[in-house]
Each structure stands twice: as structure tokens, then as C-alpha cells.
Design a binder for this molecule. Structure first.
Ligand code: NCD
Length: 303
């Protein structure tokens, strides 16, 4: 077992395959369990961007491990609103907690927080860059529903460009040897540098489909992200993409019988609600997996 005590988790690149497998196997043991592994420990959750699942599942996981949680409410309620710098804020929080979970709209902020803080920092999303804990949940969900990840053809669709969950997941899927098919709307393709990185590092098996329906025919998994409107410089472009991109039941029915759909959520209108009640949709179970996986992460890092 690799000891992760005191380490930061800023990018999925921070963990090798063996470490990821270790977290996934600890997570399996955490299903429906509670313990006192983190009794007396305090986690600070600093969300500079909106969050439902990530914030609440980190809080719930900490409580299930016997620990406690503090947070600063909304940014308006903090001294950042009086002009205090980001780094001063982190220097203060590190005195009040044993670990920090942070989400921020700017790329690199979690890394900066980790450099300033003497306590472990976990990145809960920095701009369009990374969302490593979401990726661990995605891998856990894939293993649970599909078994061996290296045998899968995963189609990344929706906002592949701005969604940080996509960026982290591409790296991890490539590390695990899965086949990845891109089927993004025009203009929302994966950044070339992210593609080159996984091709060089892992010899990733990547394909770009001519259309979403072509990709669906061959896919085992459809991984969808909402159009990340808040990261577009032109709101008109975001609205256009939101209008045009939609995963319908008819499209999905062209695929394999055991095709599954994952989505980090929130979904807005990119998935036909008629799909929610079908066996294809696994995104609500995926969100539920946030608990055992984040319990495993917290116990390994803070325990
Ligand atoms: C994602 C995020 O914040 O990146 N949400 C999440 O953590 N489940 C996805 C999104 O906002 O689209």
C-alpha cells in the first residue's frame, strides 16, 4: 500500500495507476460504511464556484468518517470581499483545519493553494483544467458497471473543450488503456495539447467520430458534459451550443444494448429526460458513488 498521508490531490497526473487502483479498492470497502478514522479532524471546504454534489458529498464523507467540516459560506461573506488576497485567505484557513477542499474558476488556483498551505489540498475543480476526484468517481463507476476499463470504448461528448471532468478523465482512461472516441459539437473539441500528452505518454487509442450517431454505434459508455456556459467568452455561442446539442432516446437506442450513459452532473437540457428512467442512465448512481470514493480519498490523505 502506498501511503498518501499528507499528500495533495491537484491533478489526476499526481497519482499513478497503482495509487488510483488502491483508492478504488478502499472505496469499495467504504460502501454503506461509517467509521471514526477521522475523529477530531477538520476539513475546510472552500467553494469559490457553485457546487452541489462535490461540496455535499465531501461534507457527508467527512462526517461518515467521524470528522467535522467548516466552510466560509458564500464569497460575499468572507474577507475576500473586503479585498483580502487569495494566498492570505489560504494561510489563515490552514491554521483552522487539517485539510482543504477547494474549487475555483481560475486554472492553477488549487496548485497555488497547495504551495501556500502546509496541510493537504484537494482540488475540487479549477477552471477548465482538472477535477481529479470526479475522475476517481468515474473510474469507480466504470469498474462497477463494466468491469475491466481497458476493454471499453468510451465516447466523450458534449462540452469536451471546457469541462474539466473531461480533461481529467481523458488522462485516466488513457492511463488505463481504454479506447476513447471524441464526438463533440464543432468548436468544443478537446484541446490539442491534452490529446498530444496522452498519445505521447500512454500511446492512447483515440478516434474522432464523424458524428455522434456514428460514435454511439461503437461505444460501451457515453460520457456527457453540459455546455459550460460560464467559460465561454461569447454567451451567444454558449446558447447556440446548448440549443444544438442534445442526447435523445432515439440516438441512444442506435447503440449497443448494454450501453451506459455517465454524466458528472448537473445536467441542464443536454440529455432527454426520457432517458433518466432507462437502464442506459447511470448518472444518478455515479453521483451516489461520490460518497465511498471521497471517503476513501479523505481517509487515505487525512487518516
Ligand atoms: C462538474 C464540475 O463542476 O466540473 N460538476 C461536478 O463536480 N459534478 C461538472 C459541471 O459543472 O458541468
Amino acid at each position: 500500500m502506498v501511503s498518501l498521508k499528507g499528500t495533495d490531490l491537484i491533478s489526476i497526473r499526481d497519482f499513478d495507476k497503482k495509487t488510483i487502483e488502491q483508492i478504488l479498492s478502499v472505496a469499495k470497502k467504504m460502501e454503506n460504511k461509517r467509521n471514526k478514522a477521522l475523529a477530531g479532524k477538520i476539513l475546510a471546504t472552500l467553494f469559490f464556484e457553485p457546487s452541489t454534489r462535490t461540496r455535499l458529498s465531501f461534507q457527508s464523507s467527512m462526517l461518515r468518517l467521524g470528522g467535522q467540516v467548516i466552510n466560509f459560506g458564500s464569497i460575499e461573506q468572507t474577507s475576500i470581499n473586503k479585498g483580502e488576497s487569495f494566498t492570505d485567505t489560504i494561510k489563515i484557513v490552514e491554521k483552522y483545519a487539517d485539510g482543504i477542499v477547494i474549487r475555483h474558476a481560475s486554472e492553477g488556483t488549487a496548485r497555488l493553494a497547495a504551495e501556500v498551505a502546509g496541510i493537504p489540498v484537494i482540488n475540487a475543480g479549477d477552471g477548465a483544467n482538472q477535477h481529479p476526484t470526479q475522475t476517481l468517481i468515474d473510474l469507480y463507476t466504470l469498474q462497477k458497471f463494466k468491469g475491466n476499463i481497458s476493454k471499453l470504448n468510451v465516447c466523450l461528448t458534449g462540452d469536451v473543450k471546457y469541462a474539466r471532468a473531461m480533461r481529467s478523465l481523458l488522462y485516466a482512461l488513457s492511463m488505463f488503456g481504454a479506447r476513447v472516441t471524441f464526438a463533440s459539437p464543432p468548436g468544443l473539441e478537446m484541446e490539442a495539447s491534452a490529446v498530444e500528452e496522452v498519445e505521447k505518454k500512454f500511446g492512447a487509442r483515440l478516434t474522432t467520430a464523424a458524428s455522434l450517431s456514428e460514435a454511439i454505434e461503437k461505444a460501451d459508455v457515453l460520457y456527457v458534459c453540459r455546455i459550460q456556459a460560464e467559460r465561454f467568452s461569447d454567451p451567444y455561442e454558449a446558447q447556440k451550443a446548448q440549443r444544438e446539442f442534445k442526447l435523445t432516446k432515439e440516438l441512444v437506442e442506435q447503440g449497443k444494448k448494454d450501453l451506459i450513459i455517465l454524466h458528472p452532473l448537473p445536467k441542464v437540457n443536454e440529455i432527454d429526460p426520457a432517458l433518466d428512467e432507462t437502464p442506459y442512465a447511470k448518472y444518478f448512481q455515479q453521483a451516489a458513488n461520490g460518497i465511498p470514493v471521497r471517503m476513501a480519498i479523505l481517509q487515505e490523505i487525512l487518516g
